[in-house]
Design a protein around this ligand. Structure first.
Ligand code: HEM
Length: 532
């Protein structure tokens, strides 16, 4: 049962009894006699190049790091199951949304957006909430955030947004913090970001626990039924523990005392069987209903108040197993908005279309080979058959002569099936090729105001305090003033309070706006205090 193991260079000292384990081998399977002492020319001599076991060990170690994600680098994840309890068969042919009482395996990765892999958990930041459903019809990825809207309306602005929010390139800081000039410089010149900024400055971006966050698919998607009819859908995750946050002073203290606070909390809850749960809820609406909304649902800076389209809760997500290995699973998982199943399709949201390109592209760089889809965490759990061959790190050994279609040579080879397969919804397309968006995309302030005014007084106080803190870190006075101008448009009382907090004596002039904000009715869903 026990082996005597020699530690230390002298050989005869530090003899330890260790439990007899598996035989240690090289990557080639050759049994290793000593993995602690390299081969030398005499006890005091040079290390010999001949020591292939030493070289193999160090060679592999030298290549252990891969690029971290360009955004959402810091993440933590868990396995679980999704169980549908109310069928949406009338609006979608997707089995994952129509067959009830089936346990669909899932892998969920939560993340912060801006910070690097080693940054602190409680940064004031948006949280990623990415879910991979391993369905019987292939993998469906719902790659969402804990906020239902986004900073920009068009993917072409995403690199600018991220360059502005990340650490400043000439100094390498701040990390994982929006409180700096380049972020607010970009935001002050990007009025479409104002709605998201209100959410970002609210308590939503300093969650108490990842188990206590909502999740949102953000974009409208299409559901398509057996008859080929389309219904739009927004997807939401509602936590069983309610939506809860810490306050900023707590966040600062926790970041210092335990920068792994969120990942530890999630890990420990799952280890002790206290499994986190969310309900999946949908907002369903037709093209005609969408036409009547006072905004364009294809604009990802707008959300659909629950008063306008009520939520329908349809299933439960339970996280019940921690990853066995963070690199193999949490780091190598590759979510992509274009991983769909038959019965779910895209809307024409321009941000979504850019994402469909970006994820696959970045993952080729990050994971190093098109064959990353075959890694255990990314591979479908249903039978799959493609004609994709070769490429770096091919792990399958394909059989036969035929790796193409059509072919008569292999009667049992893979065949496309118009009935079972994914069919793009035949939406009508019209209009000239332009870079402009529909007029309602230009109303940047009405929903920002609606969000702020729908908050409880304490929540409004926290937004004011967050803005004073954040803008107080901005050294460029013109940027502060421009932001105050936007706040005056959103809601004059908000603008004045932040101006006073920053030591501005007078009202700051509001910028001319393309579309005057309108007063929208309060919406209960956005206040964590009114809607615990
Ligand atoms: C990563 C959400 C917009 C590019 C992620 C992740 C989430 C997310 C949750 C982390 C996935 C993981 O855990 O591995 C969102 C949401 C968006 C949005 C909700 C807006 C509604 C965009 C846009 C782009 C983009 C517009 C680019 C045009 C990326 C990239 C990654 C990423 C490149 C890293 C992916 C990887 O390395 O695996 N996003 N994102 N995102 N996102 Fe987004």
């Amino acid at each position: 049962m026990f082996d005597t193991v020699t530690l230390g260079a002298g050989g005869e000292w530090h003899q330890l009894a260790m439990p007899k384990g598996q035989l240690l081998t090289t990557a080639q399977g050759m049994p290793v006699s000593d993995d602690q002492n390299s081969l030398k020319a005499g006890p005091r001599g040079l290390v010999l190049l001949e020591d292939f076991a030493l070289r193999e060990k160090i060679f592999h170690f030298d290549h252990e790091r891969i690029p971290e994600r360009v955004v959402h680098a810091r993440g933590t994840a868990a396995h679980g199951v999704f169980r549908l309890y109310e069928s949406l068969a009338e609006v979608t042919r997707a089995k994952v949304l129509s067959e009830t009482a089936v346990d669909v395996p899932v892998f969920v990765r939560f993340s912060t957006v801006a910070g690097n892999r080693g940054s602190a958990d409680l940064a004031r930041d948006v949280r990623g909430f990415a879910v991979k459903f391993y369905t019987g019809e292939g993998n469906w990825d719902l790659v969402g955030n804990n906020i239902p809207v986004f900073f920009v309306q068009d993917a072409i602005k995403f690199p600018d947004l991220v360059h502005a929010v990340k650490e400043e390139p000439d100094r390498g800081f701040p990390q994982a913090a929006s409180a700096h000039d380049t972020f607010w410089d970009f935001i002050a010149l990007t009025p479409e970001a104002m709605h998201m900024v209100m959410w970002q400055m609210s308590d939503r971006t300093i969650p108490r626990s990842l188990r206590m966050m909502e999740g949102f698919g953000v974009h409208s998607f299409r559901l398509v039924n057996d008859a080929g009819q389309s219904t739009f859908v927004k997807l939401h995750w509602k936590p069983a523990l309610g939506c809860q946050s810490v306050v900023w002073d707590e966040a600062v203290k926790i970041n210092g005392a335990d920068p792994d606070f969120h990942r530890r909390d999630l890990y420990e809850a799952i280890e002790k069987g206290d499994f986190p749960e969310w309900e999946l809820a949908v907002q369903l609406f037709s093209e005609a209903e969408a036409e009547a909304f006072p905004f364009d649902h294809l604009d990802p800076t707008k959300f659909i108040p629950e008063e306008l389209v009520p939520l329908r809760r349809i299933g439960t997500l339970t996280l019940n197993r921690n990853p066995s290995n963070v690199f193999d699973e949490t780091e190598q998982v590759a979510f992509c908005t274009s991983n769909l199943v038959p019965g779910i399709d895209f809307s024409d949201d321009p941000l979504l279309h850019g994402r469909n390109f970006s994820y696959l592209d970045t993952q080729l760089k990050r994971l190093g080979s098109t064959n990353f889809t075959k890694l255990p965490i990314n591979a479908p759990r249903c039978p799959f058959a493609t004609f994709q061959r070769e490429g770096h790190m091919q792990t399958e050994v394909h059989k036969g002569r035929v790796s193409y279609s059509p072919s008569m040579l292999d009667p049992s080879g893979p065949r496309a099936d118009p009935a079972a397969g994914f069919r793009t919804f035949p939406a009508s397309v019209s209009g000239a090729t332009v870079r402009e968006r529909s007029a309602s995309f230009s109303d940047h302030y009405s929903q920002a105001r609606q969000f702020y005014l729908s908050q409880a007084t304490t929540e409004q106080d926290h937004i004011v305090a967050a803005l004073v803190f954040e803008l107080g870190k901005v050294e460029t006075l013109a940027v502060r003033a421009a932001m105050l101008g936007h706040l005056m448009v959103i809601e004059a009382s908000l603008g004045r309070r932040v101006a006073a907090g920053l030591g501005f004596d007078d009202d700051v002039p509001a910028p001319p706006v393309a579309v005057e904000p309108v007063d929208l009715p309060h919406t209960a869903a956005v206040s964590m205090m009114a809607n615990p």
